[in-house]
Design a protein around this ligand. Structure first.
Ligand code: GN1
Ligand code: MG
Length: 376
C-alpha cells in the first residue's frame, strides 16, 4: 500500500501536498506528511512500527496514548504548553490509534511539533542543560502515573542481566561464525558482568523503585525549540514502560555527553564531555531532587557505565547474530558501534571519580539549600 493511501486513513485536516521520509532512528520508518486546508498548512508524523522489535503494537499504542493524555492533563493543570509539551496521537477515521494494512503492517500518526528540531549532538553545554531539564521534567510529570496501567511491551528491555545471559548463549551458538573476530570485545564484557547486573539486583532487592521510564533517552528524542533552544517535548515514546530512572539518566549521558556519534569508527574521537555531564546532571537533579531516592542518586554515575556497556553488548550481540536487529548502513556497522561504546565505557571509567563528585556536589547544593530554608 502506498504511504499516501495509508496517511489518508487518519484524521488529517485538508489534502496531502507533500510526503517526506525522515531517516532518523534505528528501528521505525518515519514520514512527515504535509496537508493544505484552505491555504493553511498542517504537518503530521506517520510511522510504520517495526513489529519485529515491537510485537505488541496495540499495547504499545495504548501505553503511549495513556501516557500522553496524562502528560497533557499535568501540563494543563500547571499552565504549561499543552500543544507543544507532549505528543498527541492522531486516530484513524475509524477512531483507532493504529492502522493495520492487509499485509499486517502497522502505522500510527502524531501531530508534528513545528519550529522545533532534533539534534544528534548537542551544540553546546546550554542545550544539553535544557535536555536534562526535559528528561527530569518527564520523571516529575509521570511520578504519580498509575504504574499498573502500563504494559511492559518489550519484556526485560533494560534488564542487563537477562541481556547478558542471551548474549552468552548467542556467543556459544555463533550462528555466523563471527565470534572468532570479536574475542577481546566479548572478554571485555564478561569481565564486567557484576557491574552489568548491579542496578537490576538493587531493583530485585527493592532498593531501587520502578518508575515510568522512557527507555530511549537519546538527545535526538527531545525536540528543541528553533528560536529559544529550550527543550520542549520528549518524543519517541515506543519504549515507555516500567523501569529504573537510572537507565534513562545513563542513556542520556551515553548519547549526549559523548564527544562523538555512537558509530564513529575513529576511536580517538570517543570520550566524555565532563562539562556536558555536569550541566545535564544539574538540570536533571533540579527537576527530580524531591523525587529520587538516595540509592538512585548514589548510582547515577554508575548508571552511565552500565547502559553504555549494555549498548556495547547489544551491538556486539547483533553483529554476532548477523545484523538482524539494528539498521546497518554498511558491513560491520554494528561492530563499529560496539567498539565505539566499549571505548566510551573506558573513558567513563577514567572519569568516574569526577562524575561521582559532580553528582554529590549537585545534591549537596540541594541539601544546603534545604538546610537554609529550615533555619529561616
Ligand atoms: C534504538 O531507533 P532508536 O535509535 O530510537 C534502540 C535503543 C538503542 C538505540 C541506539 C527499541 O533506538 O534501545 O539505545 O537504537 N531501540 C530499541 O542507537 O531497541
Ligand atoms: Mg527509539
Amino acid at each position: 500500500m502506498k504511504i499516501e493511501e495509508i496517511a489518508q486513513k487518519f484524521r488529517l485536516k485538508g489534502q496531502i501536498i507533500e510526503i517526506k521520509e525522515n531517516n532518523v532512528g534505528n528501528i521505525n520508518r518515519t514520514y512527515i506528511i504535509t496537508t493544505n486546508d484552505n491555504d493553511k498548512k498542517y504537518k503530521y508524523v506517520l510511522q510504520k512500527i517495526n513489529t519485529i522489535v515491537f510485537n505488541e503494537p496495540y499495547l504499545l499504542m495504548q501505553n503511549i496514548e495513556n501516557v500522553t493524555e496524562y502528560y497533557k492533563a499535568y501540563l494543563k493543570k500547571n499552565n504549561e504548553d499543552t500543544e507543544r509539551g507532549t505528543l498527541s496521537v492522531i486516530r484513524t477515521k475509524n477512531n483507532i490509534n493504529l492502522y493495520r494494512t492487509k499485509s499486517d503492517e502497522y502505522y500510527r500518526m502524531y501531530n508534528y511539533v513545528d519550529n522545533a528540531k532534533t539534534y544528534d549532538k548537542s551544540e553546546n553545554a546550554e542545550m544539553f542543560y535544557n535536555v536534562g531539564k526535559a528528561f527530569g521534567h518527564f520523571v516529575k510529570v509521570l511520578n504519580g502515573y498509575p504504574m499498573d496501567k502500563l504494559t511492559e511491551t518489550i519484556p526485560n528491555f533494560h534488564n542487563s542481566k537477562v541481556r547478558l545471559g542471551d548474549f552468552l548463549k548467542d556467543v556459544k551458538k555463533d550462528p555466523c561464525n563471527r565470534v572468532k573476530d570479536v574475542l577481546s570485545e566479548i572478554v571485555y564484557i564478561i569481565q564486567r558482568q557484576d557491574e552489568l547486573s548491579s542496578i537490576v539486583d538493587l531493583m530485585a532487592k527493592g532498593k531501587i523503585p520502578q518508575r515510568v521510564t522512557h527507555n530511549d533517552t537519546k538527545i535526538n528524542n527531545v525536540l528543541i525549540d528553533e528560536k529559544t533552544n529550550k527543550a520542549i517535548c520528549v518524543i519517541d515514546l515506543d519504549t515507555v514502560m516500567p523501569g529504573s530512572a537510572l537507565y534513562d539518566f545513563g542513556d542520556a549521558i551515553r548519547s549526549g555527553a559523548a564527544t562523538t556519534f555512537e558509530d564513529d569508527p575513529n576511536l580517538e574521537n570517543v570520550g566524555i564531555n565532563m562539562e556536558y555531564f555536569k550541566r545535564f546532571t544539574e538540570a536533571y537533579l533540579s527537576e527530580t531532587k524531591e523525587i529520587l531516592l538516595q540509592t538512585e542518586i548514589d548510582n547515577l554515575a554508575l548508571s552511565c557505565r552500565i547502559i553504555t556497556l549494555e549498548l556495547a553488548m547489544r551491538f556486539l550481540n547483533d553483529y554476532i547474530n548477523g545484523d538482524t536487529y539494528f539498521k546497518c548502513n554498511y558491513e560491520n556497522h554494528n561492530l563499529v558501534r560496539a567498539r565505539n561504546q566499549i571505548k566510551l565505557v573506558e573513558q567513563m571509567e577514567k572519569h568516574y571519580d569526577e562524575m561521582i563528585k559532580i553528582v554529590k556536589d549537585c545534591t549537596q547544593a540541594k541539601a544546603l539549600r534545604l538546610d537554609k530554608c529550615k533555619k529561616l
